[in-house]
Design a protein around this ligand. Structure first.
Ligand SMILES: *Cc1c(COP(=O)(O)O)cnc(C)c1O
Length: 376
């Protein structure tokens, strides 16, 4: 089953995406309807609350009559939707979370837009949604960021958090694959939150994703489903849970909206992505940087027993979460069954990798992988 789902995602990457790799990056043809008055001047970009302040505009494109229309940029505003809108009933809805940064010379870059396109396409395939052409996605992101780049906070670590969203917009009550969709890109300014170390509970009764399910897709239904177990963990005094495999609850998977990494005897170790773990782009970026820097890396299954033993004997010196929103967050307290463990280390590996990644994104270190795409 594991093999099948890996193959499933690889198949999409090869057949649907690679032939589009040479797509042109022209964004001057996207129609822009400017907002009457910008809210930028009245917005305090030094400490925006994450996810609360939209920028002035949004991108919108419709899928109708069997094809994706070009789309346009319009003032940010409410949508008018029928109560029959399919996505609201059956969660045929997928999204991405990505960022744009300022580089030293007053320019802006979008971090790994093609990787986000590939993952969005994989999520859409899993949810039976019509994949959009790569140039539609990439051009829209670049044109949108070009228009909104003044919203990128200038404080260190400041970024524009971009939220592409695609949902079934057809109005019809009746379980079916929709014939109409809306693709939106919205954004909000983000600054680094003080990464307070997390206390997490290794969850061994509830599950986030089962083999054959939708765990590897960034689809709406995966998130509503985990509120309940996460709230239970909060009542027990934890901030988050670390999920374990649904079948045996004996191997760790990921945490909240973050992948999980640990450092054991100096080796950066993380579970391999599979049908039940989201393929984090931050995860991939950090592993790539670690390999480049000569940090030993292992992608392999990690059992709950191994985690427990390593925390007991001190061979595990760091545990942390990785994701676009926070980049990295240290985990310093872990509850496993009824035992509590804590980590007092200085998280040197995590800090070193995080620093390198942010320097690449801000143009201070060479971008050897071609991850940054400059905006006009
Ligand atoms: C988005 C997400 C991640 C992190 O992915 P990034 O591409 O690094 O942001 C990890 N797990 C889940 C469940 C997610 O939704």
């Amino acid at each position: 089953m594991k093999k099948k789902s890996n193959f499933f995602f690889q198949a999409i990457h090869l057949s649907r995406i690679s032939h589009l790799a040479a797509a042109k990056r022209e964004n001057d043809m996207i129609q822009i309807e400017n907002c009457a008055v910008s809210r930028l001047a009245q917005t305090d970009l030094t400490a925006p609350e994450f996810g609360k302040i939209p920028t002035d505009h949004m991108f919108i494109a419709y899928y109708r009559n069997g094809e994706w229309e070009e789309g346009k940029i319009i003032p940010f505003g409410n949508l008018l939707l029928s109560p029959f809108t399919l996505a609201l009933h059956y969660a045929q809805s997928v999204f991405e979370g990505m960022k744009a940064f300022r580089t030293g010379n007053g320019k802006a870059v979008v971090f790994r837009p093609e990787a986000h396109y590939n993952r969005l396409s994989a999520s859409m395939e899993r949810m039976c949604m019509p994949i959009m052409p790569k140039e539609l996605f990439v051009n829209a992101v670049l044109a949108f960021v070009s228009l909104e780049k003044e919203w990128i906070p200038t404080v260190e670590g400041g970024a524009l958090y971009l939220r592409p969203l695609v949902f079934a917009s057809e109005a019809r009550v009746g379980v079916k694959i929709a014939d109409e969709y809306i693709f939106l890109i919205m954004a909000c300014p983000s600054v680094p939150m003080y990464a307070k170390p997390l206390s997490v509970k290794v969850e061994t009764s509830f599950s986030r994703a089962a083999e054959g399910g939708t765990g590897a897709a960034k689809c709406a239904g995966n998130y509503g489903a985990v509120f309940y177990p996460t709230l239970e963990a909060k009542h027990e005094g934890f901030d988050q849970v670390i999920w374990t495999d649904a079948k045996t609850h004996s191997f760790i998977e990921e945490s909240g909206t973050m992948n999980v990494m640990l450092v054991k005897n100096g080796t950066l170790t993380t579970p391999p992505t599979s049908g039940t773990i989201l393929q984090g782009i931050t995860r991939d970026s950090l592993l790539t940087i670690a390999r480049e820097m000569g940090v030993p890396v292992e992608e392999r299954r990690i059992s709950v027993d191994e985690l427990k033993q390593g925390l007991k004997d001190g061979s595990i010196t760091e545990v942390f979460g990785t994701g676009t929103a926070a980049v990295v967050i240290p985990i310093n307290k872990i509850g496993i069954q009824n035992e509590q463990f804590s980590i007092d280390g200085s998280f040197d590996t995590m800090i070193k990798l995080n620093r390198k990644l942010s320097e690449i994104r801000n143009g201070l270190e060479p971008d050897t992988q071609g991850w940054n795409v400059f905006v006009n």
